[in-house]
Design a binder for this molecule. Structure first.
Ligand code: ADP
Length: 357
C-alpha cells in the first residue's frame, strides 16, 4: 500500500472536497413531450430560461364567466435541467461530485421523485452504472492496492414490505442492532469488479420488480426500488478477512407520487398501498427537514422507506433529489405538486446553509 503520509494527504484532500459539496441538492428535470401528448395537442406549459436555475409553470385556469386565463408559478432550484439535457449531463450535475466522498465514509442518497411517466426510471437507471465506473476507476487508480471493494444490492419496498430484487423477490425483514443500526436480514449483496457485472445485476433487478397482472409500469409505480453500492475495505488488504463498510451510495426510484393519492380507490389493496406511499413520501420530506435543521431527532420510524435509509442519514451524509416533471398541460396539477414538494425540501436546505456557512 501507500506510505502513511500519502494516505493522510489524500484523505485531507478528500475532506476539502467534501466540504465543497452541498449536503442537500434539489434538481428538477423536465422531459420532452411524448408522442401521445403531441397527438392530443397538449401544450408544453414549462418554460426554462437558458442557463438559469428557475422555471415557470403556465397554468390555464377558468374565471367564473368561463373565460380562460394563465396563472404563472415560478420556482428556483439548485439546478433545472431542460428537455435537451442528456443523461450524462444529469450524472455530472447530481451524482458525480459525490462519488469520491464515499471513499471517506460519506453515505449518499439520490432520489428520483415525480408522477408515473415523468421520467424517474429513465433518469435513474444510468446513474449507478456511471457511478460504479467512476468508483472502479478510483479503486484502480487513486486508491490502488488499498483493500477497497465494491458491492451491490437491489431491493424494493412494496406495500410496506421488502423484497430482494437480486434473489427472486425473496421477502426480507429488518432488524435493529444495539447501536441503532438497521440491518436487512438476508439481503443478498454481490461483490463486483467490473461494470458489466453491475449492468447485469441492474437488468436482473429491474426484470424482477413487481409487475403483477396489469403490466410493468402499473405495479412498479407503486414500489420504491433501492439500489445500493457499498464501498468496503479490508484493513490489511487481506482477501480472506471480512471487509468493513466505508461508504454507501443509494439510488432510489420512488413510487409514483400520484399513487399517494390513491387513498379513496374502490380497491382495498390499492387504498392501502396508496396510504403507505403517501406516508413514506411525507416521512422522507420530514427526515430531510430534520437532517437539515440539526434537530438531533430524525423521525426515521415514520415509514419503512425512511427506516431502511436510517444509516444513510446519520453522520456525513449527502442527499440529491431529482424531481422529474412532464411538460404537458394534462399533467399540470401533478407537476405543481412535484415542484411544491421539491420546493419544500429546497427552502429547508437554504436555511441550513445560512446557519452553517
Ligand atoms: P417513470 O419512471 O417516472 O414512470 P419513465 O422513466 O418510465 O417514467 O418514463 C416514461 C417514458 O418517457 C419512457 O418511455 C421514457 O423513455 C420516456 N422519457 C422519460 N424521460 C425522458 C427524457 N428526458 N428524454 C426522452 N424520453 C424520456
Amino acid at each position: 500500500g501507500l506510505p502513511e503520509n500519502n494516505l493522510l494527504k489524500s484523505f485531507s484532500g478528500d475532506r476539502e472536497r467534501a466540504n465543497s459539496v452541498a449536503k442537500i441538492k434539489v434538481v428538477v428535470r423536465k422531459r420532452p413531450l411524448n408522442r401521445k401528448e403531441i397527438a392530443k395537442k397538449e401544450d408544453d406549459i414549462i418554460t426554462i430560461e437558458p442557463n438559469s436555475n428557475s422555471l415557470t409553470v403556465h397554468e390555464t385556469k377558468l374565471k367564473v364567466d368561463l373565460t380562460e386565463y394563465v396563472e404563472k408559478h415560478e420556482f428556483v432550484f439548485d439546478a433545472v435541467l431542460n428537455e435537451g439535457v442528456s443523461n450524462d449531463e444529469v450524472y455530472s450535475e447530481t451524482v458525480e461530485p459525490i462519488v469520491p466522498l464515499i471513499f471517506n465514509r460519506t453515505k449518499a442518497t439520490c432520489f428520483a421523485y415525480g408522477q408515473t411517466g415523468s421520467g424517474k426510471t429513465y433518469t435513474m437507471q444510468p446513474l449507478p452504472l456511471k457511478a460504479s465506473l467512476d468508483i472502479l476507476r478510483l479503486m484502480h487508480q487513486t486508491y490502488r492496492n488499498q483493500g477497497f471493494q465494491l458491492s451491490v444490492s437491489f431491493f424494493e419496498i412494496y406495500g410496506g414490505k421488502l423484497f430482494d430484487l437480486l434473489n427472486d423477490r425473496k421477502k426480507l425483514c429488518m432488524r435493529e442492532d444495539g447501536k441503532q443500526q438497521v440491518c436487512i436480514v438476508g439481503l443478498q449483496e454481490y461483490r463486483v469488479s467490473d461494470v458489466e457485472a453491475i449492468r447485469e445485476f441492474i437488468e436482473k433487478g429491474n426484470a424482477t420488480r413487481s409487475t403483477g397482472t396489469t403490466g410493468a409500469n402499473e405495479e412498479s409505480s407503486r414500489s420504491h426500488a433501492i439500489l445500493q453500492l457499498a464501498i468496503k475495505r479490508s484493513v490489511d488488504g487481506s482477501e480472506t478477512k471480512p471487509a468493513r463498510l466505508v461508504g454507501k451510495l443509494s439510488f432510489i426510484d420512488l413510487a409514483g407520487s400520484e399513487r399517494g393519492a390513491d387513498t379513496t380507490d374502490n380497491d382495498k389493496q390499492t387504498r392501502m398501498e396508496g396510504a403507505e406511499i403517501n406516508k413514506s413520501l411525507l416521512a422522507l420530506k420530514e427526515c430531510i427537514r430534520a437532517l437539515d435543521s440539526d434537530q438531533g431527532h430524525i423521525p426515521f420510524r415514520g415509514s419503512k422507506l425512511t427506516e431502511v435509509l436510517r444509516d444513510s442519514f446519520v453522520g456525513d451524509s449527502r442527499t440529491v433529489m431529482i424531481s422529474c416533471i412532464s411538460p404537458s398541460s394534462g399533467s399540470c396539477e401533478h407537476t405543481l405538486n412535484t415542484l411544491r414538494y421539491a420546493d419544500r425540501v429546497k427552502s429547508l436546505s437554504k436555511g441550513n446553509n445560512k446557519r452553517d456557512p
